[in-house]
Design a protein around this ligand. Structure first.
Ligand SMILES: [Zn+2]
Length: 528
């Protein structure tokens, strides 16, 4: 790794297919990318976060026809919906790529030229079972009772002449690469899935579609009767967006590239993409991070199956940070998870309103009441203070490792253990008693508590930036948000207070549950 890439971090989401509007699956993937990008920024890395839209292929043409628009007008409209959704979820991507961008199309042609010139693309006839929904051929063993495993519909038998990429040439290289880089694909279950797939001979990849069947795509410059297969087109976004081959951004970020995907697109990302890169003479990405599905009641959540949850509706109803917290806390990255509004409300009430909200609210209230909001230098630390400080410093270290491993739920669990410990510390220290008996000790205890709350706010910033900054504002600190780096947490008690500590409204108003259904309370519940 060269000096330039030491302090860089590059994360991508898949580019989303524009045959439907953003749903909770898209929101989850993109929020995860935002959380990990914020974490690396907080760690002092120069971070690049890419998302975008995938706009070619049959499904897009069909969707445009259905909505009575030209294909161009349709892709512009849906792409805009995605682009405008992310800022509303406080997602800060650095770039938004579209596969209809000229720059992207040029890069696809360039990569195709290189691979073609190398002799890794050939012309041949193929007959196979083709799922229009997936836009790919299926082998019999991949089908479930003859149906596409994702769309549950019978694929069509198609026979046609096409161009093929000699993916089989790269099978041995890929097996070896995965063997030498055990966390190339993670979590391990997906690595194992790819390894199992590579036990059988790899078939060459059909990379073209005849224009007579599909005209909405990037033309093959070596045969005008064909356009590029959507996957070969789409995957290249990860390098076209930052200026392959000579762009500074490409040179800086590609060596540390990490992708996030849902498990349904493991094969294109775990197999096609590394082989394509290798064939084009480009180093493979560093990590492929694969997550599971959010299940409603049955099957995968997507528009074609009819159970869609509008992310913005939930964020508006319960607050953006509660929504972000729920998604990251409830799903074990890599596994499937059940989504319900009820479990979101349960988390909101127990973890956010009760544990976190209570800690912040009562600590601020006591500091205002007993010290007029102004802390003073702590006296000699007692065992309980040191115990809490050491626990907090250990959480910071544990958190870093868990975040780097995409174990977001574990990172949140250790933060909540610290919150629980801080709440218990208050119960045992009883500042309301100390206020009458020992002012110096009171100052030390409140100093220790506010220091822990500051730490919690920094650790929470990637997940809940608004809440973290609200807490930091109440603490009257000289820095907030990204200015309070993870490094700054090593200096216990060194952050300057530039304003008195103040009380704010409850961070998370409790949601009242009536007859099993959540109803939002309009008044903020003041905690003791
Ligand atoms: Zn399908």
């Amino acid at each position: 790794m060269n000096q330039n890439s030491m302090d860089s971090f590059y994360i991508t989401t898949p580019i989303y297919y524009v045959n439907a509007e953003p749903h909770i699956g898209h929101a989850y993937t993109t929020i995860v990318a935002d959380v990990i990008a914020r974490f690396y920024r907080l760690s002092g890395f120069d971070s690049f976060f890419l998302t975008g839209t995938d706009e070619h292929g049959n499904k897009v043409v069909e969707a445009a026809e259905k909505s009575g628009e030209t294909v161009k007008a349709y892709v512009d409209r849906i792409s805009k919906t995605f682009k405008e959704t992310w800022p509303k979820l406080n997602i800060k991507n650095d770039y938004f790529v579209r596969t209809t961008d000229k720059n992207h199309q040029d890069t696809v042609s360039e990569i195709l030229s290189e691979v073609y010139a190398k002799g890794d693309i050939y012309f041949s006839e193929y007959e196979g079972k083709y799922c229009i929904g997936c836009e790919r051929f299926y082998t019999d063993t991949e089908l479930l009772q003859g149906n596409c495993p994702i769309h549950k519909s019978e694929p069509r038998l198609i026979k046609e002449e096409n161009y093929f990429f000699r993916m089989s040439n790269y099978q041995d290289w890929l097996i070896d690469h995965i063997d030498k880089h055990p966390d190339f694909i993670r979590p391990e279950r997906y690595r194992n899935e790819v390894i199992a797939f590579l036990k059988d001979p790899l078939e060459d990849l059909c990379i073209s579609r005849p224009k007579k069947r599909l005209s909405w795509g990037i033309p093959l410059h070596f045969d005008e009767n064909y356009v590029t297969y959507v996957w070969f087109d789409a995957l290249i976004n990860y390098i076209s967006a930052n200026g392959y081959p000579e762009g500074e951004q490409f040179k800086k970020f590609w060596p540390v590239a990490q992708h996030i995907i849902a498990k349904d697109i493991l094969k294109p990302h775990g197999i096609y993409w590394p082989c394509m890169l290798k064939a084009a003479g480009i180093e493979p990405y560093q990590h492929l991070n694969v997550h599971g599905y959010w299940n409603m009641r049955t099957g995968k959540m997507s528009k074609s199956l009819g159970n869609i949850v509008q992310p913005l509706d939930l964020a508006a109803k319960y607050g953006l940070d509660a929504f972000r917290y729920f998604l990251l806390r409830d799903m074990v990255f890599g596994l499937d998870s059940d989504f319900s509004e009820e479990s979101l409300v349960r988390r909101l009430n127990a973890d956010l309103a009760n544990d976190l909200g209570n800690l912040v609210s009562r600590s601020m209230a006591m500091t205002v009441k007993y010290l007029d909001g102004s802390l003073f230098a702590p006296g000699k630390l007692e065992e309980a203070d040191i115990g809490l400080r050491e626990a907090a410093l250990k959480v910071v270290e544990d958190y870093k490792g868990m975040m780097k491993a995409f174990a977001f739920n574990k990172a949140l669990i250790v933060i909540w253990e610290l919150i629980g410990r801080a709440n218990k510390y208050i119960d045992i220290m009883k500042p309301w008693v100390l206020a009458k008996s020992d002012r110096e000790r009171l100052g030390t205890v409140l100093h220790t508590i506010t220091e822990v709350i500051k730490m919690v706010s920094v650790l929470l910033w990637p997940f809940m930036p608004q809440t973290a900054e609200k807490i930091q504002h109440q603490l009257g600190l000289d820095r907030s948000g990204l200015e309070l780096t993870l490094d700054s947490l090593k200096e216990w008690g060194k952050t300057k207070q530039v304003r008195p500590i103040s009380k704010g409204p409850a961070l998370f108003p409790r949601v009242k549950v009536e007859e099993g259904r959540p109803a939002v309370l309009s008044d903020n519940v003041e905690l003791p």
